[in-house]
Design a binder for this molecule. Structure first.
Ligand code: NAG
Ligand code: NAG
Length: 404
């Protein structure tokens, strides 16, 4: 009796531990290996060439296609090594009922020829329901080579360079433990998507123009947390049509801070509704927490926004609402901002106007609440102040700077 129990215990342990069946995998069709019920599609089996100048784009797309068409638990493995890729589209829908894991252990490097990117992304996911992207690897956009083509500072109709990761119509995705660096355009752009969780990311390109860390638009339920973002633009920007967004435990800087917007640039924009930014740290950024809308915009709304437990160090403009952003039109913005709470915001600023709320004369900001604000100027020469227009703020608790 005792012996039989032992055999059963060993069998159970073996099915739970990787070591027991490391050699027990079996080939399941072209380029795949089955282990513990997960079928792995290794990009090397599909012809990827690590360490070569030659592109691996086709091999990556083939490996994805095989995993996506596989009806079962599928995993795409990208082993250590450096892979050159041009525009790579991971197209869904896929057959599996469980999320496909993309295990990125290696480094992906973008080809530095902008004509290789006809679309909006370098690596795009399109219509995928169920994805886990993880593995500790790096996604390097090699942006240094193409940043000179970015003329967005002087040309308002500039073409945006491709986002390193571009998600369209993606549902139920988790992205964690990945390093994104030196993107050509944004590092990540999530649009028309639902239920996206991102955490433990490192995003670095402190010198790149318009290299937002994460831009969200037209998406519902996106949660980004526990990440470090250092970019040449906004760390996270929340664009039109974003609803139920949480930004938690982000360390941002250098960069332009955490923003809602820019809103109102295009006709018929969708509303922003439900955003929580909490427990974030801003280090030496040009702005802290900002809402920006274009003047002369079409009508839309931004409401239900909470900024809570935010720490700033040497931030230039800690709290900003700017409804006259990016243009000097005299026509007011028609983006109606309401129900905005700033709670427990503290730290230091390097310029005397710590709070600047410039709302629209046509649709004034409504129901704005400040609770416990404690900002200090790093030098004692000037006094800290607030400036407001077209807004009535309700103040409770500590207020430093003093209310408008
Ligand atoms: C909003 O997001 C949270 C997760 O952050 C989720 O639990 C909740 O169901 C979402 N609510 C709606 C209405 O989508
Ligand atoms: C805030 O974030 C820090 C890490 O950045 C963490 O240690 C702390 O527990 C968080 N606080 C809350 C209230 O979530």
């Amino acid at each position: 009796m005792a012996m039989r129990t032992n055999v059963i215990v060993v069998l159970i342990l073996c099915s739970a531990l990787a070591s027991c069946d490391a050699a027990g995998g079996q080939q399941a069709g072209h380029g795949s290996l089955v282990e513990r019920g997960v079928t792995t599609f290794n990009v090397l089996s599909f012809g990827a060439k690590p360490g070569k100048q030659e592109e691996s784009t086709e091999a990556f797309i083939k490996a994805w296609r095989a995993a996506c068409d596989f009806n079962g638990n599928a995993r795409v493995l990208i082993p250590p090594g450096v892979y050159k890729l041009s525009e790579t589209i991971f197209q869904g829908p896929c057959k599996s009922k469980t999320p496909i894991t993309v295990l990125l252990q290696g480094t992906l490097q973008a080809v530095s020829d902008i004509s290789a990117y006809p679309g909006k992304g370098w690596i795009s996911l399109d219509e995928v329901d169920g994805l886990i992207l993880t593995g500790g690897g790096t996604i390097d956009g090699q942006g240094q080579a193409v940043w000179p083509y970015n003329d967005c500072k002087t040309n308002p109709d500039c073409a945006h360079l491709p986002a390193s990761l571009y998600f369209t119509k993606v549902k139920n995705a988790k992205i964690k433990s990945i390093h994104l660096m030196n993107s050509m355009g944004f590092h990540m752009h999530v649009t028309w998507s639902y239920l996206i969780r991102l955490h433990s990311l490192k995003i670095t390109s402190p010198d790149g123009p318009n290299t937002d860390g994460l831009h969200i638009s037209k998406s519902n339920t996106v949660k980004v947390s526990r990440s470090v973002i250092q970019t040449g633009d906004d760390c996270v920007s929340v664009g039109q049509g974003s609803t139920n967004i949480t930004i938690n435990q982000i360390t941002c800087g250098p960069g332009h801070g955490i923003s809602v917007g820019s809103l109102g640039k295009l006709p018929n924009e969708q509303d922003v509704q439900g955003l929580i930014v909490k427990n974030c740290t801003l280090l030496g950024t040009t702005n802290g927490i900002r809402i920006k809308t274009y003047p002369a915009s079409g009508p839309s709304r931004a409401s239900g926004i909470l900024f809570k437990d935010i720490i700033m160090y040497n931030v230039k403009n800690p709290i900003v609402i700017d409804q006259n952003y990016g243009s000097d039109s005299s026509k007011p913005s028609l983006v109606r901002i309401s129900d905005v709470v700033y709670q427990n915001i503290k730290g230091t600023t390097i310029s005397p106007v710590a709070i600047s709320l410039l709302c629209s004369s046509q649709v004034p900001c409504n129901n704005v609440h400040f609770h416990n604000i404690n900002l200090q100027l790093t030098s004692n020469i000037q006094k800290l102040s607030s400036t407001c227009s077209n807004v009535k703020v309700q103040y409770t608790g500590l207020q430093n700077p003093p209310p408008c």
